[in-house]
Design a protein around this ligand. Structure first.
Ligand code: PLP
Length: 368
């Protein structure tokens, strides 16, 4: 079965092998060397002052970011399931969020954020997704972050980059906390999250001594600067992360990002060739998100007959979206086959006659 969901993404063989090594105790020089190397490389990869690794999925890092960077009131951007999660976390901690809500295909606007900040001086942190995975939507997160800092430099900007880190070369200049997760572009099992921090974020953590217990970033930072973790590290996934960077550095970051964009362009050409509708108004490169009235039947056929597992939508879009992964080392032939499978499925349900246009457009665009 070809796993083509935008998270978890499949682990390629070189990562599975790295994680199949013998178990190492986390309080040993052997593991500390691996941890230190992987964390330092992640720091430069995320262009952060500091980075903290957490034993949790991305949502744990989202929660930690909220408890550390929002003392009074949160401004949240909700254009899908993950933006909604920001509001829910903020509400759970009594931060009475002001939510800017958008349709799931519509990016947030800089002006809306500026107005919210001007009208609500008690806001002290903004929470946004770079890519809102619910619809495959790209928010103008960098422009919003810059606008926030231009009006209120003291407001913390927290960006969920879980489907953006390792997909795009993100400009983190105005982002204080950038969140990543193991199971997306890093192609690792779920269970490791990271927060890349700006200098002012580090200062805030050190000045407050952190918040909470397990997700206390001050405790973690103190330990991680010594190449260890406060609690048992996710040793296996960290070994995988180290192997990811080893391979990435053979390929080169630029090439890695360029390949992602090249596959995206080929995928979009294939969708256009078969008249499939790209769902978001501004599409993120992490996935191909397709709207179709019969998406549920298409997915069912693709899984059963073509052995391709793509994601559906969530909530109102559960049965009308198909989301194809484009994160990590996706083989171009895997994406080409998946889009060919979509074309075949469209034929099966009688929505368009099969003529091989998806595969042709993909191949011509990718290899030309
Ligand atoms: C996958 C994902 C998350 C993390 O969700 P978990 O279930 O905690 O792994 C958060 N934000 C976005 C945008 C995601 O795609």
């Amino acid at each position: 079965m070809l796993l083509m969901t935008p998270g978890p993404t499949p682990s390629p063989e070189f990562l599975r092998r790295a994680m199949a090594d013998e178990t190492i105790h986390h309080r040993t020089p052997e593991f500390e060397a691996i941890f230190g190397r992987a964390r330092n490389r992640l720091k430069t990869f995320m262009k952060s002052s500091e980075v903290i690794l957490l034993a949790s999925t991305g949502s744990g890092a989202m929660e930690a970011a909220l408890t550390h960077f929002c003392a009074k009131r949160a401004l949240t951007i909700n254009a899908g399931k993950f933006g909604e999660r920001w509001s829910k976390i903020a509400a759970a901690y009594g931060k009475n969020p002001i939510e800017l809500k958008y349709a799931w295909d519509t990016p947030a606007s800089v002006a809306d954020v500026e107005n919210a900040l001007k009208n609500n001086p008690e806001i002290d942190a903004l929470f946004i997704q770079i890519c809102e995975s619910a619809g495959g939507l790209r928010h103008p997160a960098e422009a919003i972050a810059a606008a926030v800092k231009a009006i209120r430099p003291d407001v913390f900007v927290v960006a969920d980059g879980i489907t953006a880190v390792g997909v795009e070369n993100i400009d983190a200049t105005h982002i204080d906390a950038l969140i990543a997760g193991s199971q997306k572009a890093f192609m690792l099992p779920p269970g490791l999250a990271a927060i890349g921090l700006s200098e002012s974020a580090v200062k805030r953590i050190e000045a407050t001594g952190g918040t909470g217990f397990y997700f206390n970033l001050a405790t973690e930072l103190k330990n991680q600067r010594k190449n260890t973790t406060a609690w048992t590290a996710t040793t296996t996934i960290v070994q995988g992360l180290d192997a990811f960077f080893e391979r990435l550095d053979q390929i080169g970051e630029e090439r890695f990002y360029a390949d992602t964009l090249k596959r995206r362009a080929a995928g979009e050409a294939a969708l256009k060739a078969i008249g499939a509708q790209i769902y978001p108004k501004v599409a993120a490169p992490s996935m191909l998100s397709v709207f179709h009235q019969n998406a549920a039947s298409l997915r069912k056929w693709m899984k059963k007959e073509a052995l391709v597992n793509v994601a559906g939508g969530q909530d109102d879009l559960k049965d009308t979206l198909l989301r194809f992964n484009n994160m990590g080392f996706v083989e171009p032939n895997a994406l080409a086959w998946s889009l060919n499978a979509l074309e075949m499925a469209m034929d099966k349900i009688g929505s368009r006659k099969y003529d091989g246009a998806a595969n042709r457009a993909f191949t011509e665009t990718y290899y030309r």
